[in-house]
Ligand binder design. Structure first.
Ligand code: ACO
Length: 332
């Protein structure tokens, strides 16, 4: 019998601090109406800078919830894939820090992937491959971000969009007789769009200096309009590719869980692929764009409130800086 991959449990953790659009009005020249109309965002969560809410702290709490949901203990995990572009520190990697926080003693593989907003979908598809090839049995895939540290809070074109948060899922093999499976996966990258969303200062090429910080040059930069266009095209293409691979049509899909970057991107994509918004999970209003965390947070919430049920066919669909992109089609 071939191994099928199942999501065994999910968990999320969001920082306590809520920043509404009205709070943002006091920070930059903007207003609730503009933000909500253009993005669908009402509020976002912001990590404390006092400690206790670093990306691996959020991940630890989310992972405990996922372990509980899956009825597993930390040492059952034999691989951690941590997706983030805002790690606690440059070295060691976040997955190793998380392994220690969870007190995993089995020396499991622990790796970070930095593919921005596609991070969780990349991790999910990698987990599927590792499970199907027998290289791992229980893979913890995390998307955890603290974007509030990396954006320019004086730039109204960018600071309104992002928030902090974490979502995770544990992937393992389905038992005989269970219907859960990953039906099709797709990953890709178009490096020609790298300049649409980048953060060039602070790496090997241009190490961070006091001058960069004083000039505010070290933050993430985004070309919003270019991202918008490429995002809708990419998300629609992702969906078509995995459906074709699985030999299914959109009518077979019960739920689409897209990356939450902008409600207009989500609505345009739904229109392009011809899926009604009733089938699309949207929570951008509450959290904004949390990069690698949007898909697992939205998925977890929809599972918890009973919309997504075991047996439903679910499509994860994401794109991010790079430009990276990917989709997972699964029977939950
Ligand atoms: N509040 C008030 N006015 C604003 C704000 C703001 N926060 N930001 C910009 N404006 C003004 C502009 O200055 C401009 O004014 P002008 O016409 O007088 O020059 C006007 O609003 C329109 O600005 P645009 O940039 O044309 O607004 P647009 O409709 O394109 O919306 C937005 C901007 C929301 C950023 C949109 O382009 C977008 O969502 N792009 C995609 C962003 C995205 O999803 N990125 C993905 C991130 S990467 C990832 O998730 C992987």
């Amino acid at each position: 019998m071939t191994t099928q991959t199942k999501i065994l449990g999910t968990g999320i953790c969001l920082p306590e601090k809520v920043m509404t659009n009205f709070d943002l009005e006091k920070v930059v020249d903007t207003n609730d109406e503009w933000i909500y109309e253009r993005t669908g965002i009402k509020a976002r969560r912001i990590c404390s800078t006092e400690g206790g809410e670093w990306p691996t702290d959020l991940a630890e709490k989310a992972a405990w919830r996922a372990l509980e949901a899956a009825a597993l203990t930390p040492d059952d995990i034999d691989m951690i894939i941590f997706a983030s572009v805002t790690p606690d520190v440059k070295l060691p990697n976040s997955a190793s820090i998380l392994q220690q926080k969870l007190k995993i003693t089995n020396q499991c593989a622990a790796m970070d992937i930095a593919v921005a907003c596609s991070g969780f979908v990349y991790g999910a598809n990698m987990a599927d491959s590792f499970i199907k090839t027998g290289m791992a049995k229980k893979v913890l895939v995390v998307g955890s971000e603290m974007l509030s540290r990396e954006i320019d809070w004086s730039d109204r074109t960018i600071c309104i969009l992002f928030g902090d948060g974490c979502g995770c899922a544990i992937f393992g093999a389905a038992e005989e007789g269970e219907t859960s499976e990953v039906l099709a996966t797709h990953l890709g990258t178009d490096g020609s769009g790298a300049e649409f969303f980048d953060q060039p200062i602070g790496g090997a090429v241009t190490p961070l200096t006091a001058e960069h910080i004083a000039a505010g040059e070290h933050f993430m930069r985004m070309k919003g309009r270019e991202m918008f266009k490429v995002a809708t095209r990419t998300l629609a293409e992702n969906a078509r590719i995995v459906l074709k691979k699985a030999g299914l049509s959109l009518e077979d899909v019960d739920w689409v869980v897209p990356h939450q970057a902008n409600i207009r991107i989500i609505e345009t994509t739904a229109r392009l692929i011809g899926v009604p918004m009733e089938k699309v999970i949207v929570n951008i209003e509450n959290y904004g764009n949390t990069s690698a965390a949007t898909v697992p947070i939205a998925f977890h919430e929809a599972v918890m409130d009973g919309r997504i049920k075991r047996g439903d066919i679910v499509l994860f669909d994401a794109f991010g800086a790079g430009l990276t992109f990917g989709a997972t089609l699964l029977r939950y």
